[in-house]
Design a protein around this ligand. Structure first.
Ligand code: SF4
Length: 294
């Protein structure tokens, strides 16, 4: 029962202990509801059916959902109860099921998806991850997930050490994304503009770190090709306790420099955010009493 669900390899028994992610063996969830602030191909008209899991195996210092990092906030769900909530999301018009920071809860999620699909769930399943997961975990999920939504946060290990204390972040995330592409291919967006299958890589441009964004983008072009769908995110929000360079917003010039790098590498399938996109709307309200929010 030693947990090795993610590259942290805590090797603890989660029936009696919590790992780096803050999770024990219960599936704690802090919000379930329609979310309208994902990329357009995920939101469609109805909104993305987001399930925000409590706990995180990366715990970035700049996280805008920091209240979830310790795994304390939220309500415990059984796989059966989560399956019912997913069906309710489909009933109220969700375009997909969007599992947010799910990796510490993979076992319960697979059970819940199995139950929900048996009860008629037909929506695409989105795996919305920080990218810090093993290829074995990607393989385990491959029968359930339609759309992979991984972050590729850092190329420079010094940033991964400083902001996420994550050994081998880039190599680990690159391998995981490579396996996602093997399973599902490049993102497919249908004639109605909705993503149905494939991989969409997100990268959040950090203040003072545009050099690293350029390296991330070059690596994606080199390893996966410029047909890859990218979402270049501008929504960095400084936290109250932040230290330089993360104690200020990203400048317009920094973001445009990252966009220019993207376009000059030859990417054409790129979601670009407005420069006023660092707003409260990206941070939903979390709670210890969770009902499905329309
Ligand atoms: S899922 Fe949590 S407990 Fe398990 S290895 Fe990762 S951080 Fe550690």
């Amino acid at each position: 029962m030693s947990c090795s669900l993610c590259p942290r390899n805590c090797m603890i028994d989660r029936r009696s202990q919590r790992g780096f992610c803050g999770c024990n063996d219960t599936m704690r969830i802090a919000r379930i509801g329609l979310h309208r602030y994902e990329e357009p191909c995920l939101c469609g008209n109805g909104g993305s059916g987001a399930v925000f899991f409590s706990g995180c195996n990366l715990r970035c210092v700049f996280c805008q959902n920091k209240v979830l990092q310790t795994g304390q906030l939220g309500q415990d769900f059984t796989p059966d109860a989560l399956a019912d909530a997913l069906l309710e999301l489909e009933r109220i018009g969700a375009e997909n099921i969007n599992l947010v920071t799910p990796t510490p809860h993979v076992n319960g999620i697979c059970k819940a998806l199995d139950i929900a699909k048996g009860r008629g769930l037909s929506l695409p399943i989105v795996y919305n991850t920080n990218g810090y997961l093993s290829v074995d975990t990607v393989d385990k999920l491959s029968n359930f997930v339609d759309i992979w939504l991984p972050d590729l946060k850092y190329h420079d290990q010094r940033l991964a050490d400083r902001f996420s204390a994550a050994p081998r972040y880039f190599d680990t995330a690159l391998s995981a994304i490579g396996r996602m592409l093997e399973h599902s291919g490049q993102l497919f967006v249908n004639e109605t503009g909705r993503a149905t299958r494939g991989v969409l890589i997100r990268h959040l441009v950090l203040p003072g770190c545009v050099y690293d964004s350029r390296d991330v983008l070059s690596a994606v072009a080199e390893h996966f090709g410029t047909d890859t769908y990218l979402s270049l995110m501008h929504q960095f929000t400084p936290q109250p306790d932040a230290k330089p360079p993360l104690n200020r917003r990203l400048t317009k010039r920094e973001y445009e420099s990252a966009v220019d790098a993207c376009l000059s590498l030859g990417f054409t399938r790129v979601y670009i955010q407005e420069c006023d996109s660092a707003t409260f709307a990206y941070t939903p309200a979390f709670s210890s009493e969770v009902t499905v929010q329309a």
